[in-house]
Write a protein that binds this ligand. Structure first.
Ligand SMILES: [Zn+2]
Length: 295
């Protein structure tokens, strides 16, 4: 079995990205795993602090590990947006493969200091754990937003990225490059799309020479995602699109069978709805690109 680090390096070489999908229940996990297996591509499932709170860090780590072992399949587990070292240590001890240690709300120097400390503390628990740091502002909440926040001041620069990576020792960097958590209503309706600053991504890649994650991928223009991956994005996070599909699928399952009370007869509608979204995103992230990336 290849490690997550190896698979990310492979993705880097072949111009593909690994899909990261947030889960907070068995419906979402089943859907993500089924879609990935059908396409036979590696996959990351992630849980934010809130999502971990709901399912439990240790139980979900045991569940994902058991899938990985039973099916000899490259499915990995990420502790998404972790805002304290205590929560990071909890995830490391539970056996998470990677962590997003997110101090991006702090002033830059403080973000550097705290992230560096976290890298040291988490690697002391599990040297193989990949630590991702975050700079810039991409908003919060993988939900449906009424208004677009003004994030233009929080875009990351190549200089910042290089300094952050060199001073903290992170394995992966999440920059702000036009991406945003959550979706606007117009995006849910498919009327508007998020657009990315591709030149900024390329500049950050060249300066920082590190694995890059794109957060807030839901609702992003397909062509921009392709270009972003070509410019050096190695992991793409999708959450809100799954949550929208989960709710719609669940509502359909309930509406179709108003008298049904058996969960495993109602929930497959939700699994199918989520699986379709995951599958179409994974296909895009894993398209053959006829060139090798730099770095
Ligand atoms: Zn995120």
């Amino acid at each position: 079995m290849h490690s997550l680090r190896d698979l990310l390096q492979d993705a880097q070489q072949t111009g593909k990205a690994i899909g990261h999908f947030n889960i907070s229940d068995l419906v979402l996990l089943k859907a993500v795993f089924a879609a990935a297996r059908e396409l036979n591509v590696p996959v990351l499932v992630g849980l934010s602090e809130g999502e971990r709170e709901f399912v439990g860090a240790r139980p979900i780590a045991a569940f994902v590990r058991s899938l990985r072992e039973e099916f000899d399949y490259p499915i990995f587990l990420n502790a998404d947006h972790t805002h304290s070292l205590a929560k990071g240590v909890e995830a490391a001890k539970a056996g998470f493969d990677s962590i997003v240690f997110d101090m991006s709300a702090l002033p830059f120097d403080q973000n550097v200091r705290e992230t560096k400390q976290a890298v040291e503390a988490l690697k002391a628990i599990n040297p193989a754990m990949l630590v991702e740091g975050e700079i810039g502002d991409i908003g919060s909440g993988s939900e449906i937003h009424d208004q677009a926040p003004d994030l233009s001041k929080g875009l990351s620069t190549p200089e910042q990225a290089k300094q952050f990576v060199e001073s903290t020792g992170v394995d992966i960097l999440a920059p702000a490059v036009g991406n945003m958590h959550g979706m606007l209503r117009s995006m849910v309706r498919g009327e508007t799309k998020k657009r990315l600053d591709i030149e900024r991504i390329a500049g950050i890649k060249q300066a920082a020479r590190i694995l890059l994650t794109l957060h807030g991928g839901s609702g992003t223009d397909d062509e921009d995602l392709r270009k972003a991956i070509a410019a050096g994005i190695n992991i793409v996070h999708i959450n809100t699109e799954l949550r929208v599909a989960w709710r719609r699928g669940l509502e359909q399952g309930l509406a179709k069978q108003p008298d049904e009370v058996v969960p495993y007869k109602i929930l497959p509608s939700a699994v199918d709805a989520v699986k379709q979204v995951v599958s179409s995103r994974l296909k895009l992230f894993n398209e053959e690109r006829h060139f090798a990336q730099g770095n």
